[in-house]
Ligand binder design. Structure first.
Ligand code: PHE
Length: 438
């Protein structure tokens, strides 16, 4: 146990809401559809689901276990658990690096959602057709002032929540708002399926065309699985360190992965029928959701209200994820560099905002941060985390921590083999193959 009294989550629902709050975000609703759209749809979805199950889930469990066992930030955790194996400190270094990169472009996209929430309130997209909406998005996202201001607003909101700490900041907000988002997405799905020409979108998402599967597509699916689950960089380990011993980590990992995957698939169902019904190109990239959904709201009964609710909830989903990203850096600054929570938050948030400025100005920087963090840093972190739990901690310690709540956990031996052998080899193979090195 830790010697100082650490902040922490109060109960099971709080833990799941916060971890699911981190996992569910723009990754599900903005990134999943656009990456799936660029990588052929159905076959991508299938590979993605497979990776969630056989790699994502075990790695998520590993992170929870590492964090809770060590009761430390991601750097401190590896140092405490394996003081004689400094190589694993690199997970901490890459994790903090990844947090900077991800939050930098994430805050820009979150800024777009703020702009769209604002436009929705003023009903300003009303009456635009698909072509006009697409031009509108392109003009807005390639301008500077608007995106910069909204990005800054979003970073201030994120920092404001993180300063509040775990219980009074993160947990309080996520508990209430995430279930609401689910309801809105389900309504959007029903509406999307009733559009003329919806079948083409459903087929695109659910009928795998294996001729589309290349090494690059598989790596994108792996990267998306890591990104969406918030794993491979210490976010889940950091949250794990705030979880009490009485909680069942297996249950936490299963619920969070399930919720995350459900929302991504539902987002696909809400978006692809509309993409085809309105003649939008599924591979149009990061603008996909912003160009597609306003069409839906424009023709939908009650579209005005739904568009406001949807974009506001998307902002909130983004916030509960960005908060977890900033928390990784802040936990490191406060515990390792002994900074005060407040100054640590402003310093980290401020420097990330500076990086975000470059993402606003340059598409190249934006895409570099987006692609590299998911497809390089997170999988590399994932390999090290799996090896750490599989080999360094080993089966016995895994079992101890997984059963610390006093119950029995099945399949620990099987999980240990997955972490020791299967996950590192599979991630390594997909990684090298995707980069064309194998
Ligand atoms: N999982 C978050 C989302 O889907 C993004 C994220 C990635 C958060 C990595 C933390 C760590 O929006």
């Amino acid at each position: 146990m830790s010697s100082t009294s650490r902040d922490g989550f109060t109960n099971k629902f709080g833990v799941i809401a916060a971890a699911a709050g981190s996992a569910v975000g723009l990754g599900n609703i903005w990134r999943f559809p656009y990456v799936a759209g660029e990588n052929g749809g159905g076959a991508f979805l299938l590979v993605y689901l497979l990776f969630i199950l056989i790699i994502g889930l075990p790695v998520m469990l590993s992170e929870l276990l590492i964090g809770r066992k060590a009761q430390k930030n991601v750097f401190g955790a590896f140092r405490t658990l394996a003081p004689d194996k400094p190589i694993f400190i690199s997970v901490g270094i890459m994790g903090v690096g990844a947090a900077f990169m991800i939050l930098a472009f994430y805050a820009v996209v979150a800024g777009w959602t703020l702009e769209y929430a604002y436009l929705a309130v003023g009903n300003q997209l009303k009456g635009m057709d698909a072509a006009e909406l697409s031009t509108f998005f392109n003009d807005f996202s390639s301008s500077t002032t608007g995106p910069l201001i909204w990005m800054a607003v979003f970073m201030v909101l994120t920092a404001g929540i993180v300063i509040g700490g775990v219980k009074n900041g993160i947990e309080k907000y996520t508990k209430v708002l995430m279930p609401l988002l689910l309801v809105i997405i389900i309504i959007l799905c029903i509406n999307a399926l009733s559009l003329d020409g919806a079948e083409a979108g459903v087929a695109f998402l659910f009928k795998p065309d294996f001729s589309k599967v290349t090494g690059g597509v598989i790596l994108e699916a792996l990267g998306q699985a890591f990104f969406s689950l918030s794993i491979g960089m210490g976010v889940i380990a950091t949250y794990g360190s705030y979880i009490q011993k009485k909680e069942n980590l297996m249950f936490t990992a299963l619920s969070v992965s399930f919720a995350d995957t459900l929302i991504a698939v539902l987002a696909g169902v809400a978006i692809f029928p509309a993409v085809f019904a309105f003649g939008i190109d599924p591979s149009s990239g990061p603008g996909l959701v912003f160009e597609t959904l306003p069409n839906v709201f424009n023709q939908m009964r009650g579209g005005y209200v739904f568009s406001i609710a949807f974009f506001l909830l998307l902002v909130i989903a983004a916030l509960t994820s960005s908060v977890s990203l900033l928390e990784v850096v802040v936990a490191y600054f406060t515990e390792e560099l002994k900074m005060k929570r407040k100054s640590a938050t402003w310093l980290a948030g401020g420097s990330i905002a500076v990086l975000a400025v470059f993402c606003v100005i340059s598409d190249g920087v934006f895409e570099f941060f987006d692609w590299t963090s998911s497809n390089i840093l997170l999988p590399l972190g994932g390999i090290l985390i799996a090896i750490f739990v599989g080999w360094v901690l080993g089966k016995q310690k895994m079992r101890e921590e997984l059963e610390a709540h006093g119950g029995k956990v099945i399949l620990v031996g099987f999980l240990n083999i997955i972490l020791k052998v299967f996950a590192p080899l599979a991630i390594g193979f997909v990684f090298l193959r995707g980069l064309g090195l194998l």
